[in-house]
Design a protein around this ligand. Structure first.
Ligand SMILES: Cc1cc2nc3c(=O)[nH]c(=O)nc-3n(C[C@H](O)[C@H](O)[C@H](O)COP(=O)(O)OP(=O)(O)OC[C@H]3O[C@@H](n4cnc5c(N)ncnc54)[C@H](O)[C@@H]3O)c2cc1C
Length: 368
């Protein structure tokens, strides 16, 4: 067990403790009373928050550094949030995991090679340390931290001595973009990501276009939800979802059956996929039309047979926002709740950069 403590002096500690506990419950923590103190359980970590007239006395125990950091950050950020206006609490942790550190789920990756898979798909190979947590077929995607071009030494987000996440100054701050781990060999400390090279390149596409051996980016995660077992599989994706589809197809049982539809510009963007023999792969060509501007995936989905009585289905779809929205709406009329499972995701949104796309997704989720 790792252990750390802090004493946080506050004008009115009780006024901070109450909303802090209420909020942590919303974040799925379990809060109980014990000997006049609050006991908090958050994933594998435990915290004890004792109250005096002038301070909160906090002790945290956790089996690993990730859980320790998560609990410290949850407590410190809520103390700062609920301290009265004008009061800036001073927080210094003592014990294990103190001192500025990279977040436990963060790795620095160094480019080792760049391959052109198709004219608009670039595979970048990286070397990194302690990659085991990223080697999971049920959590395929990562957040990449891409430093501004031309910056000498990259600057990364760090957990400070107060347990809070501190971002580098704006001029050095990396851009955050989501990508899919296409290949990983954790024992060898290597992985590969496939980047779409698109017009109106943002930080992700521009990095892929200029990357060379020795360049560094950050990576945090992994995230996502895993492939579910079903009697029939349906995958729908544009080229941004292609790395995930390709990787999932490689892991399916060799007797799996189903259909895959992938939208790309033309035959030159098709890739050899290692799909089970019972999975039919159809490439949809949009030609010179802009990515995300044609309803090719929607039409493929609409044409699928979906008998009321039939094998259970797993539907996985990832695409531009418009296709995502249409497929999600159409799926509501097809999916049989008692038999079928699905994951339908917007991977990018035409005309807006990832920051606005993510903000819009959060706002939509907030509306329920
Ligand atoms: C979970 C997840 C996993 C993903 N995995 C991958 C992956 O493995 N490989 C991959 O290439 N992408 C992947 N994406 C999509 C990728 O994150 C977005 O395409 C992202 O917007 C690219 O960032 P950027 O900096 O290049 O462009 P941004 O700065 O985000 O956008 C700049 C402009 O480019 C446009 N744009 C963004 N993406 C595209 C595109 N594909 N085609 C045409 N125009 C585009 C935007 O609409 C905007 O106008 C994934 C997304 C998610 C959510």
């Amino acid at each position: 067990m790792l252990a750390t403590t802090t004493r946080i002096v506050l004008a009115d500690p009780e006024a901070v403790l109450k909303p802090l506990c209420a909020h942590l419950v919303e974040h799925e923590a379990v809060v109980t009373d014990e000997d006049g103190a609050k006991m908090i359980r958050l994933d594998a970590a435990r915290a004890r928050l004792g109250l005096s007239a002038t301070a909160l006395d906090v002790s945290v125990e956790a089996p690993d550094i990730a859980a320790l950091q998560a609990m410290k950050r949850a407590i410190a950020s809520h103390v700062v949030e609920f301290a009265p206006k004008g009061e800036v609490p001073s927080i210094r942790w003592h014990g294990d995991g103190t001192g500025p550190a990279l977040p436990a789920d963060f790795r620095v990756l160094t480019v080792t090679g760049v391959e052109t898979i198709t004219p608009h798909m670039r595979r970048i190979r990286f070397r990194g340390e302690s990659l085991a947590r990223f080697d999971r077929i049920e959590a395929l995607h990562v957040r990449l931290f891409i430093p501004p071009p031309g910056l000498g030494e990259p600057a990364w987000p760090m957990i400070g001595e107060d347990g809070l996440l501190a971002l580098p100054p704006p001029e050095a701050r990396p851009s955050i973009r989501k990508y899919t781990i296409r290949e990983i060999d954790a024992a060898a400390g290597t992985l590969a990501l496939d980047f779409v090279l698109h017009d109106d390149a943002g930080p992700g596409s521009a990095f892929a276009a200029r990357a060379k051996a020795g360049d560094r980016i950050g990576m945090a995660g992994p995230g996502g939800r895993g492939l579910k077992i079903a009697e029939r599989y349906i995958f729908l994706a544009d080229e941004t979802g292609l790395p995930a589809v390709a990787r999932m197809l490689e892991t399916l049982p060799r007797d799996a059956v189903g259909q895959v539809f992938i939208e790309v510009a033309d035959a030159g963007e098709e890739q050899a996929l290692s799909a089970p023999a019972g999975i039919a792969v159809t490439w949809l060509h949009r030609g010179a039309a802009a990515p995300g501007s044609l309803p090719l995936l929607q039409e493929a989905f609409a044409a699928l047979d979906w008998p009321a009585e039939g094998p259970s289905v797993y539907l996985w779809a990832a695409s531009e926002h418009g296709a995502f929205r249409d497929i999600r709406a159409a799926a509501r009329g097809k999916l049989r709740p008692e038999r079928d499972q699905h994951l339908i995701v917007s991977y990018w949104r035409s005309g807006v950069a990832e920051e606005q796309h993510t903000a819009a997704k959060k706002a939509e989720a907030g509306k329920g």
